[in-house]
Design a binder for this molecule. Structure first.
Ligand code: NAD
Length: 325
């Protein structure tokens, strides 16, 4: 990039980064992380004691992709009343050769596409090839992005869905219909019985899916648990599954695996970075009966990877603003 600071707004991010771009960027950075070429710095997340806000930073450096920076933001529960999104974030990219600030990129849309890309990468590498039914647990803001990205990886014919707040499901049903898929709202047990691939994307603090409901051969992407105390599935399910993650340190501390590891059902050594599968260093799924589970905790390097694509594309397409500091 040339001199000056590039500014890429939310609307431009949505115009220049699609789910295929995000998939490519996230897959590459997961691979780099597993090789030790990219690493995330410790996450900061604080209740600031004002506006009930949770504020923090996720940051890292990808030596392979030459991406250095951070995502700053958090959760402001009162924003909805102001007509704003509750989750707010901005991504800062720095030149790794000089430390100069290179780009300021809106992080709200990119957070959703990079999170959807994460489960999508796990489906591409771990789900059975013949998967036909997608189970969705969750129907909030992220769920539509998750659904759209997942259907790019397998020839799904039907979506079965359950949400703790059932009134939110019709909106997800509209997205499924738009994608040409049959949609059925079901019970949790029915979802486990039908689905070949399941995505969980809720703010739950207790298990929503029990091990006995899940059929052999299912791939599950647990995407909602990104904080200590959160939980979406039965820890016994992790004990029965082959467990993969974006980053082991986050998986055992703030991810879904925190509970199974905390109660001694599995250990850290039982968890494999999905990047190892991407790099061909781990075989991934070993049989059609195996349950695979991806613990997608959300790492800063995903944000930097998609922000870097957004900055590059926005600049190329003349859609970014450049200013000098
Ligand atoms: P949202 O507020 O739009 O939707 C929340 C979802 O969780 C809805 O399905 C709602 O019915 C459900 N829910 C709310 N309270 C619940 C409770 N107490 N128990 C069970 N379910 C509950 O949120 P969103 O933007 O769709 O995000 C969903 C989750 O994904 C959040 O927990 C968020 O922190 C997490 N997230 C994870 C990543 C990641 O990288 N892993 C990235 C972004 C968001």
């Amino acid at each position: 990039m040339t001199d000056g600071l590039l500014i890429v707004g939310e609307d431009v991010c949505a115009e220049v980064v699609n789910s295929a771009d995000a998939f490519k960027a996230v897959e590459a950075v997961f691979g780099a992380m597993a090789k030790g070429d990219a690493y995330n710095f410790p996450v900061i997340r604080e209740a600031i004691g004002y506006a009930d806000a949770l504020y923090g930073f996720k940051s890292g450096f990808d030596k392979a992709g030459k991406t250095l920076g951070l995502k700053s933001g958090g959760y402001w529960p009162g924003n909805m009343e102001k007509g704003l999104t509750n989750h707010q974030s901005t991504i800062f990219l720095f030149d790794p050769d000089t430390g100069m600030l290179q780009a300021l990129v809106g992080g709200n849309y990119l957070t959703a596409v990079r999170t959807a890309a994460s489960s999508s990468v796990s489906i591409a590498h771990l789900a059975r090839r013949d998967a036909k039914v997608l189970g969705m647990v969750g129907a909030g803001h992220q769920s539509a992005f998750q659904l759209r990205a997942a259907v790019e990886q397998r020839d799904f014919e039907k979506v079965v869905a359950w949400n703790p707040h059932p009134e939110m499901l019709p909106r997800l049903g509209e997205v499924a219909k738009e994608l040409g898929l049959e949609f059925e709202a079901v019970t949790q047990e029915e979802l486990g019985a039908q689905a070949d691939v399941i995505i969980t994307i809720t703010s739950a603090f207790e298990p929503l899916l029990m091990k006995s409901w899940i059929k052999p051969g299912t791939h599950i992407a647990c995407m909602g648990t990104d904080t200590k105390g959160k939980q979406e599935v039965d820890p016994e399910l992790l004990a029965a599954a082959t467990v993969f993650t974006d980053e082991i340190a986050q998986s055992v501390s703030i991810g879904e695996a925190q509970h199974a590891v905390g109660s001694g059902l599995i250990s850290e050594d039982d968890i494999t970075p999905v990047g190892a599968v991407i790099n061909g260093d781990h075989p991934g799924r070993s049989s059609d009966d195996q349950i695979t589970l991806f613990d997608g905790t959300g790492v800063g390097l995903q944000d930097l990877a998609v922000a870097s694509v957004a900055a590059e594309q926005a600049e190329k397409q003349g859609k970014a603003t450049r200013i000098s500091l």
